[in-house]
Design a protein. Structure first.
Length: 246
């Protein structure tokens, strides 16, 4: 009964290490990697254009990593007069640790829907919002803020890049390892895994694996692709994933 963790480094490697410490057979096969985003160069100017009380949204720890590193190299501090929001507690903690500033975040699940329920985001017409994120992704947050009367700007702080495997070789290898549980933390990676595995292995093995995901939206996508044994972790951090796996 082995576990395949597909989340990127370093979180994926950390999860595998903790699972092995607990006596579980676990393997890491990251499906995506990260590189700096095309929007970093404009970030200082975008922050400078915001007024007191305007909104900054950070949608992942990777956005914090790349944005903070760029601002540090540019000797620019995060403006203290803005209101900062994160998609969930781990991202909020990363941003607070980097900046020392207060960061609001929703209770799990870590989704745009949960974030938009925060009371601080009810009466925000006339404000500006800067969303720090990766390439692509969902548009729900930007669209809903716009509907609430906010002027929204997107900043691509990092890019997700698919890691390519030989599907037939990799799926055969995973089957030899006895993989029966899969940990997938985004819809993009779930679709990538589904497409990677050849049809025979997909029908005979992949779709019969237990699947651990991090949101009801992902669980719905998994059902549409054909998975039956699906469990939703309470959040996307490794602590929650370990609880789900136990």
């Amino acid at each position: 009964m082995s576990i395949l963790v597909t989340r990127p480094s370093p979180a994926g490697e950390e999860l595998v290490s903790r699972l092995r410490t607990l006596g579980r057979a676990a393997y890491h096969a990251p499906l995506i990697d990260f590189t700096p985003g095309t929007g970093l160069g404009a970030l200082p100017d975008l922050l400078a254009q915001l007024r007191q009380g305007d909104l900054v949204f950070v949608l992942s720890k990777h956005a914090v990593r790349y944005a903070h590193s760029y601002l540090q190299r540019s000797a620019i501090a995060w403006p203290r007069e803005l209101n900062y929001f994160a998609i969930g507690r781990p991202t909020a903690l990363r941003l607070h640790t980097a900046t020392g500033l207060p960061v609001a975040y929703p209770q799990p699940p870590e989704t745009s829907e949960s974030l938009l329920l925060l009371p601080e985001l009810r009466n925000i017409a006339g404000k500006q919002a800067l969303i720090l994120r990766g390439n692509g992704g969902r548009e729900l947050l930007a669209e809903t803020l716009t509907q609430r009367g906010v002027s929204v700007t997107l900043s691509e702080c990092y890019q997700r890049c698919a890691i390519h495997y030989n599907g037939a070789e990799q799926s055969a290898h995973w089957r030899r390892q006895g993989i029966s549980t899969l940990v997938v933390t985004s819809g993009e990676m779930l679709q990538q895994l589904y497409d990677l595995v050849p049809d025979y292995d997909r029908q005979m093995w992949l779709l019969h694996c237990r699947l651990i995901v991090v949101s009801e939206r992902l669980a719905t996508l998994a059902q549409e692709l054909g998975w039956k044994d699906i469990q939703v972790a309470e959040s996307a951090d490794n602590d929650a994933l370990i609880r789900a796996l136990q």
